[in-house]
Design a protein around this ligand. Sequence first.
Ligand code: C2E
Ligand code: CA
Ligand code: CA
Length: 760
Amino acid sequence: MDNTNQSISQLLEEVQRLQAGLADIKLMTEKLTAELYLSEERFSLAMRGANDGLWDWNLETDEVYYSPRWKNMLGYAENDLENTINTWGNLVNPDDKDRVLEKVREYIDGRKNSFEVEMRMHHKDGHEIFVLSRGFLATRKSDDKPLRLVGTHVDITERKIAEAFDSKYAEILEMIAIGRSASNIYDAIALMYESRHPGMRCSMLELSGNKLLHGGAPSLPEAYCKAVHGLENGPSVGSCGTSTFTGQRVLVENIETDPKWEKIKHFALPHGMRCCWSEPIKSSSGKVLGAFGMYYNYAALPNEKELKDLISAARLTGIVMERDQTQKRIRTLAYTDELTGLASRASFIQHMEEVTKTSFRHGRRFGLLYIDLDNFKSVNDSLGHNAGDLLLKTIAERLRNTCRDIDFIARLGGDEFCILIEEVEEDYAANVAKRCHNAISQPIEIYSRKLTPACSIGIAYYPDDGRDISSLLKAGDTALYTAKGNGKNQYAFYKMELTQKAEYRFQVEQSLREAIEKQQLSLVYQPQIEVNTGRIVGFEALARWHHPELGQVPPFDFIATAEKIGMIQSLTEWVLRTACSQLVSWREKKIHMLRMAVNISPSLFLNKEFASLIKRIIEEVGIVPAELELEVTESIVQTDPRNLSIFENLKNLGVSLAIDDFGIGYSSFASLKHLKVDYLKIDRLFVADMLADKQALTLISSMIEMGHKLGYGIISEGVENSEQLSILKNLGCEKVQGYLFSKPISAAKIEKLYLSKSAG
Ligand code: C2E
Ligand code: CA
Ligand code: CA
């Protein structure tokens, strides 16, 4: 029994101990549960505190749990997305998806020992957010296969935007450092601030005098930028016009209602702009250079961050603007000559480089005029430097007035000037040289002293005289020294023969103006013979010019010059009067012939007043219209059909018409048949060739045949021998003219000829 009691009490003790143990266990369990609960709560608290979303991916079932915060981060409520499949796959940016899944695989395979990845996800509102996802394998089964991947999502959008902003900012600083163009940088600055504030649009205006000029505004409509470009600033000219005027920040909450926008809101409202905040852009010394503007499509005032950005944007732009203006000033200083305002040597060289390139590409010529004042030093020495400066300014002004806008004039230094001329016509550079010469040598009064400046000009051509800048300048310089060496106040080409040619042409031009007055012109007459009878039936009057220095100037030269300088009408009038008067005077001396032929330039022939000019002369001089024959070259045949009336008017007048130099213009007989003319005058080139060249003969014979068929008479000029005459006679040519009968001779000689004949 004792044993039994002992064992019972032992058992009780044991039970008590067990009970105590159980209580302990219970206590421990409770404690553990509480701890577990606590830690879970702490975990979730920690998640919430850290603003993290949770996800839990069962790799076997492919089910994923998303915590409310996870959804919330993307704009969804706690209960949203419950029954959707492939939730993440639909929300992640497709461009990021493969990269993220690859990271998952790497981690699960054990190739990487952590999982952390950034990705872009679609927010319910439509915008994108940046997410940092981190995870770890939560459970592994006994076979070591991964079961769950658990992780967090953190919204890192702000940080990403800040990072992008910082790198953009660094990029802009780099752009400034390497000297990119201001307008490029302005655009970059605008885009940078716009990317930081979705919906914002930025603009930069530059103040020039009191005008606002477009600086940069890549996101504002062009129509708006154009409308405000050139606007004058003032106390209430929008936000930027006002801020540049006052030098103060101007925050306009609503463009529609703010009085400062009253006058110009119609520029902005159609483009949706509703608020505009403007910060003056200032230089380091505080001068207002422009204004930075920020716009939204809704009425608002800036929040703290926007205001900070507005100020910093204006400051950053200020650095660029100030630098740009300084550079522009330096460039102006380097590229213009301060005294005269002409281009400087540096800019001349630069321009020449460009023109050389384009001329090479297009196979064009250009001329270089190298001008140097004669005796400039003596002006400086005797009248002082101020007088010298005044003279240089005047010369510069004269050059400017003499040249076309596209001629590039520069002062190379001292009293040296250069003009680059992209030629339009052959003689243009020489003409400019001549005109500059004349302009410069006009008298000028400086400090009550009358001066007559003079200059020497050297002319060189690209590519003839030099293919690169230095050789071309050298050629110009050489030509200049030639001009100086020839006795100053002259111009000279690099190629000597060009100088002589140009000289001659100018002299012809210059002297021709006075040739009529000075009675240097005269006429010679060449008889026209009727083939059948051998009788003189008329004369062709040919102009002659004897110049006291130039000697006998060939008619081809002075006729062309007369056309060029607008003298052909007065010259022809003189010829007509002289020739017709000669007819009258011969008639009085009983010298009778039928006709006087006078050459008429096509330009004059086509002049509307021409027929009445002829009529007037005929009446004034008193000849019968049929006694006058007008020779006009074949080029007239291809003329505008409207000119046909000219032929008609002249025919009505009763004068005879001949087509001169016929055959060399290859005009078709078809076009000829409309013209009412009397004679075709076969050019002397055909006549000269007809004996040696069968083709020329064929041509002449068919010209004569066709001409006859169309009802024209035929005259052949340049007949020098009897063989030509007999062939022409056989072909039926009515009239001939040429050295075989007589050279063109003076009226006096003709009279002598007649008198001796009649005497004999
Ligand atoms: P054109 O009208 O063809 O004149 C004929 C030219 O041939 C003249 O040259 C004449 O001297 C030349 N000639 C005459 N017979 C012969 C010959 O047998 N053999 C050769 N080789 N030549 C001969 P010129 O007088 O030197 O005149 C040249 C051109 O000048 C004329 O060519 C004409 O186009 C123009 N011209 C002359 N006078 C006047 C004028 O008063 N007004 C206009 N508009 N042009 C004129
Ligand atoms: Ca003629
Ligand atoms: Ca001729």
